[in-house]
Design a protein around this ligand. Structure first.
Ligand SMILES: Nc1nc2c(ncn2[C@@H]2O[C@H](COP(=O)(O)OP(=O)(O)OP(=O)(O)O)[C@@H](O)[C@H]2O)c(=O)[nH]1
Ligand SMILES: [Mg+2]
Length: 438
């Protein structure tokens, strides 16, 4: 792809007060800009301490490290520079203003460095996504998965599959060319069939693995139950802070409130919901509707039961798969409930066991084995479409040209995954994830 004429610069570290801030520059004028502020270019990829001056006035702006990272071996593939300066808003503002006074320099759009890395073939789409996830990672397991993906874990697999498909396609087309020589055609067809069978096995194996998406989004635990049983109190106890309003009034919670926990390095999102009952008003009814929607998306539901209630509320059908948790055992003994957990959100009794249970469930769903490859709905959609085309290939009886067409369709979906083709429709969404500090 042609080099972009603009040179871009931006603060790469989080904005605000910090010991050090990093400003990145990329594009054909990167070297000129570094020289304009910091004097002669340091040797490539060696940090050099420089006085940074305003090119117009000659005023000293700061003293900092200058890095010269010439293309094409740089992150973006273009000539790049980095300035490590003091991290105050004032210094960062002055240095960026000085950079912008250099010809052909402008501020980068969110994600533009990654976009250039992609356009210059330094990263494929899955690696860009992995990088966005790595920047957003909140727990160790998320960071590990994102790093594996940003280092090409998914790319290698998907590219390998695409190459196999191209081979199968060539074989299927050979069947067309040698239609008169039945032996040759049959042999090529059988080889293509074998490649497709192996491919389908591989794709199905990875589609069956949902760990990647759950790990990226967080393991979702929904606290549900009748009003006033202590759902919000349990959320606060898990969060160890007052996140949700607690009161003896039934129907207190209406909005859905989420808390992000890190349990053994795994991201667990605990969600408090409105008490489920025949709502007494439109706002509460909306709360109940939202509660039920969250239950539907949950990886685990905790069904809360009030130990002090004369008669526990009947469990709705969805709660059959839920973990029953009896609360308020500081006031009344827990009724015997099979596989139930007994806690007091107020005194903390039974809470460490409950946290242990959440961590175990999250671990069972997420951990174990190699990092997952399918980490986003986008991957799943394309892989499913590719697998469908391969299934149709296996069912085609009409003739080799129809088989070859299904292989082309499957290859197109794998090409979309890595960003070889049809990238424009997904690019905007992915690169906007690089908006630092959002
Ligand atoms: N003694 C005792 N009281 C509790 C405990 N947990 C909650 N409560 C009390 O029960 C009442 C209801 O608590 P909430 O946490 O607001 O209950 P909720 O299920 O979120 O209620 P809604 O949002 O109205 O559905 C409050 O007065 C709490 O102080 C507990 O473990 N022991
Ligand atoms: Mg509540």
């Amino acid at each position: 792809m042609a080099k972009s004429p603009d040179t871009i610069c931006a603060l790469a570290s989080a904005s605000g007060r910090a010991g050090v801030a990093v400003i990145r520059v990329s594009g054909p004028a990167a070297g000129t800009a570094l020289r304009a502020l910091g004097g002669p270019l340091p040797p490539p990829r060696h940090a050099s301490l420089r006085k940074l001056k305003d090119p117009k006035s000659g005023n000293l702006l700061d003293r900092g490290l200058v890095l010269w990272l010439p293309g094409p071996g740089s992150f973006t593939g273009e000539d790049m520079g980095e300035l490590h300066i003091h991290g105050s808003r004032a210094v960062v503002g002055l240095v960026i203003a000085a950079l912008l006074s250099v010809d052909h320099m402008r501020l980068a759009q969110p994600g533009e460095f990654a976009r250039r890395a992609f356009e210059n073939g330094r990263l494929d789409l899955t690696e860009v996504e992995g990088l966005a996830d790595l920047i957003a990672a909140e727990t160790e397991a998320q960071a590990r998965q994102a790093l594996a993906q940003s280092e090409g874990g998914a790319r290698a697999l998907y590219e390998g599959w695409r190459e196999d498909l191209v081979k199968a396609q060539a074989l299927a087309e050979a069947g067309l060319d040698f239609a008169d020589e039945a032996d040759v055609a049959a042999d090529a067809g059988a080889k293509a069939d074998a490649i497709v069978a192996t491919l389908l096995e591989g794709i199905s194996h990875h589609l069956a693995d949902r760990r990647g998406e759950v790990l990226r989004d967080g393991f979702r635990v929904v606290i549900a139950g009748p009003p006033n049983v202590g759902k919000s109190s349990l959320l606060n106890a898990l969060a160890r802070r007052d996140v949700a309003i607690v009161s003896e009034e039934a129907g207190t919670t209406r909005d859905v409130i989420e808390v992000h926990l890190d349990l053994r390095g795994l991201p667990v999102i605990v969600i408090d919901t409105a008490g489920l009952r025949e709502a007494s008003g439109a706002v509460e009814a909306e709360g109940v509707r939202r509660a039920l929607a969250r239950v539907g998306e949950a990886d685990l539901v905790l069904w809360l039961i009030d130990a002090t209630a004369a008669e526990p509320a009947a469990m709705p059908a969805f709660a059959a798969a839920a973990v029953p948790v009896v609360n308020k055992i500081d006031v009344a003994p827990a009724p015997p409930i099979p596989d139930g957990h007994a806690i007091s959100a107020k005194t903390g009794q039974g809470m460490s066991e409950l946290v242990g249970l959440l961590a175990d469930r999250a671990e069972a769903a997420l951990a174990a084995g190699e990092p997952a490859v399918v980490t986003r709905a986008r991957h799943r959609t394309e892989l499913e479409a590719a697998a469908e085309a391969l299934h149709r290939y296996q069912r085609v009886r009409a003739g080799p040209e129809f088989k070859a067409e299904e292989l082309r369709i499957a290859a197109r979906h794998l090409g979309r995954l890595t960003g070889r083709i049809d990238v424009e429709e997904v690019l905007g969404a992915i690169f906007s994830e690089f908006c630092i500090g959002k």
